[in-house]
Each structure stands twice: as structure tokens, then as C-alpha cells.
Design a protein around this ligand. Structure first.
Ligand code: PLP
Length: 389
């Protein structure tokens, strides 16, 4: 007899990026020499000053429940960060902390999206937005990006209907690395303000922009845009803290209140010790961020060059994040076939683009050593040139 699960579970797929990463790690454990380009996390250790703050927190017995939306010191550090780095003035009542950026996004989407609400989702998109919208019983409305994966305000406008509730912006983007042009961002914000549509601005990769570029936060444009924007961020990528699970956002206080209510009835507060470490991450030395970004830029340049030289795939140079998203259409393989064959035949793990809404692409993370990048590129080149497919 089959178990009767809730209907909503049939609409949700497990995260394909996590599935690929787990499979590759399992193969590695079994002794296979796998090169993993599937990871969505920096390969650097968490900086020492952050680790020490957490150890001090444990030794001081900072190990109990905290306020649901985070300790006041961390809310203050977040508000200071938004002011310093993003030029957004958030009051402490307009800030909340959750268990990772993913959790922040989940609480935000659950707070503002309801049955039948349409959410404009630029594609290619990060895997989890789609399923979160579905869990909230909303309708994802895919808005394809143009040349070099750039989002245009004209394309966003075309997708707006009377049911549009929310527009999702992710810049720099996972998986494409594209940064939204400021001119287009301003036009999208004007549209949103004119129609009273909310926006989520997911800025978790804001520090990973190469060649001197900078990301503009939608909420910094003007007060009306700020009022409609939920600015989401996380410590995971910037401080190499994926396992610590601290995400945060700034938004209108009504939204924050609702997010904290949801959180109070589900996870409760984010881990107390991780919050102490987060205060240090946001307020302490920022040199390690710069060092990591410099290393990523070098790796990006190597991977893009190698991909474009090997023949069979074409890759635009991503402006940010830490992923390459090459076009594989010349190989005539679907992204799933391409990925599983490459893994089985040449022991290189990457993520099929279909997980991000494009079957013509695959995603490779360059959060790997230069040595591994070159080794993986050698294998991929040889595999593409082989006669097996
Ligand atoms: N947003 C984007 C675009 C991401 O790629 C990720 C992680 O991969 C997140 C949010 C959430 O990160 P975390 O939950 O680790 O803070």
C-alpha cells in the first residue's frame, strides 16, 4: 500500500545541484579520482577570526535560544553592512536573520506569495526559486534573458499581468554569472513601483564580481523601490561559511514581522554560536574576502579559456559568481546525458543546465584548485574529442 503524502510534495523536486554533488562525493569516497565542478560553495576555509569568535561563544556558554530573528548585535552588524556596502538605510526592525540565505528566501516567498500569485523568474535561474514558488502555491512565470544572459526591462514588462506579485532578481546570477545592468535595473524598479509589485533582490554573490564591476542594490535606488524590495544576502559564499547557515535580509518591517512569525513556528532562531561568528564576519577584517575573490578571478579566466579552446562547447565570460555556464548544443546531447556520460566516462562532475531551466547548457563551478581545473579541463577536452558520442 502506498503512503498518502501531502499533495504539495508531488510538486517539488529535490535540489539537482545537491544531488550531483552528493553523487560525486560518494564516488570520491569509493576511491574514484573524481574532479568535482558541481559544488556551489567556496573551497576556502572559514577565516580564522570568525572561527575564533565561535569558539569563544561556546566557551562563554552562548548556547541557548536567542530572539527568533537574531541577536540585536547581529541585526546591527547587518544594518551597518547594508549601509556601508549597499548604501541602504535599514532600521533594525527592517532586518532579520535566518538559517542560511535559502531559508531567508523561503520565509520571504512564504510571506508574500499565495495561491495563484504569479512570480516573474528570469531564466536561467537558481534551482530553488522555482520549487519555493511552487511550495507557496504560486505560479513561476519564466522570463528568458537575452544575449550574455542579460535581463531586459522590456522582457520583464511583457510578463506582467494583473496577477504578478513578485519579481525575482539575482545578480550576479547563479548559474550564469550575469550582472544586471544598472540602467535596466532602474527601469525594472520603475515598472515594479508603477504596478506595486514586490521584488526579491538576491545578492549572495555581490562580492564575486571581476574586473572592477559592482552590483547595484535595487533597494538603494530610492525609497519607493526600497519599500518594495526584499534584499537577501548570506554569509555562505562571501565568508566561506556554507555550513554555518546564516542568511539575512532587509525589507519593509511588515514583511520582516511575517518572516519572523514563520520562522518562530518552524526553525526558531538561527544557531546562537553561528550568530556570534556572523557578527565577527560582518564587522571584522575583510581581507580574506578580497583574497578569495582574486583567486576566483584567476580560476574563472583559466576555465573560460580552456572551455573555449577545446571545441564543442562555447562559454561567455561570466562577470560574477563562481560558475561557467557553457553552451553544449553543438554536442547534440541533452544536458543530463552530457553530465552523466562525462561523469561515468571521464570522472568529471558538473550540473546539467536543465536544473536551471536550460537544457542547452551545463554548469561548472570553478570553486576548485587551479590544478584540478586544468586536470578536469584536460579530461573534458579528451572526452569531447573521443568518438564515443
Ligand atoms: N541564492 C543563490 C543564488 C544561491 O546560489 C544560493 C546557494 O547556492 C543561495 C541563495 C543560498 O545560499 P545559503 O543558503 O547557503 O546561504
Amino acid at each position: 500500500m502506498s503512503l498518502k503524502l501531502a499533495k504539495r510534495t508531488s510538486q517539488i523536486s529535490p535540489s539537482m545541484t545537491i544531488a550531483v554533488d552528493s553523487k560525486a562525493k560518494q564516488m570520491k569516497k569509493e576511491g574514484k579520482d573524481i574532479i568535482i565542478f558541481g559544488a556551489g560553495e567556496p573551497d576556502f576555509p572559514t577565516p580564522q577570526n570568525i572561527k575564533e569568535a565561535a569558539i569563544k561563544g561556546i566557551n562563554n556558554n552562548f548556547t541557548r535560544y536567542t530572539p527568533t530573528g537574531g541577536i540585536p548585535e547581529l541585526k546591527k552588524a547587518v544594518a551597518d553592512k547594508f549601509k556601508r556596502e549597499n548604501r541602504i538605510d535599514y532600521d533594525l526592525s527592517e532586518v532579520t536573520i535566518s538559517c542560511g540565505g535559502k531559508h531567508t528566501l523561503f520565509n520571504a516567498i512564504m510571506s508574500v506569495v499565495g495561491k495563484g500569485d504569479e512570480v516573474i523568474l528570469p531564466s536561467p535561474y537558481w534551482v530553488s526559486y522555482y520549487d519555493m514558488i511552487k511550495i507557496a502555491e504560486g505560479t513561476p512565470v519564466i522570463c528568458n534573458t537575452g544575449k550574455n544572459f542579460k535581463l531586459s526591462s522590456a522582457d520583464v514588462r511583457k510578463k506582467i499581468t494583473g496577477k504578478t506579485k513578485l519579481i525575482i532578481l539575482n545578480s550576479p546570477s547563479n548559474p550564469t554569472g550575469a550582472v544586471i545592468d544598472e540602467k535596466e535595473l532602474k527601469k525594472i524598479a520603475e515598472i515594479a513601483v508603477g504596478k506595486n509589485i514586490l521584488m526579491i533582490s538576491d545578492e549572495v554573490y555581490e562580492h564575486f564580481i571581476y574586473g572592477g564591476g559592482k552590483n547595484k542594490s535595487a533597494a538603494s535606488l530610492n525609497d519607493e523601490t526600497k519599500n518594495l524590495t526584499i534584499t537577501v544576502n548570506s554569509l555562505s559564499k562571501t565568508y566561506s561559511m556554507t555550513g554555518w547557515r546564516i542568511g539575512f535580509c532587509g525589507a519593509n518591517k511588515e514583511i520582516i514581522k511575517s518572516m519572523e512569525s514563520i520562522q518562530s513556528q518552524s526553525t526558531g532562531n538561527p544557531t546562537s554560536i553561528a550568530q556570534i561568528a556572523a557578527v565577527e564576519a560582518l564587522s571584522g577584517q575583510q581581507e580574506s574576502v578580497k583574497e578569495m575573490v582574486t583567486a576566483f578571478e584567476k580560476r574563472r579566466n583559466i576555465m573560460v579559456k580552456r572551455l573555449n579552446e577545446m571545441g564543442g562547447v562555447e562559454c561567455i565570460k561570466p562577470e560574477g559568481a563562481f560558475y561557467c555556464f557553457p553552451d553544449i548544443s553543438k554536442t547534440k546531447m541533452s544536458s543530463a546525458v552530457f553530465s552523466s556520460k562525462l561523469l561515468e566516462e571521464s570522472l568529471v562532475a558538473l550540473v546539467p543546465g536543465i536544473a536551471f531551466g536550460s537544457d542547452k547548457h551545463v554548469r561548472l563551478s570553478y570553486a576548485a584548485s587551479v590544478e584540478d581545473i586544468n586536470k578536469g579541463m584536460d579530461r573534458m577536452e579528451k572526452w569531447l574529442k573521443s568518438a564515443k558520442h
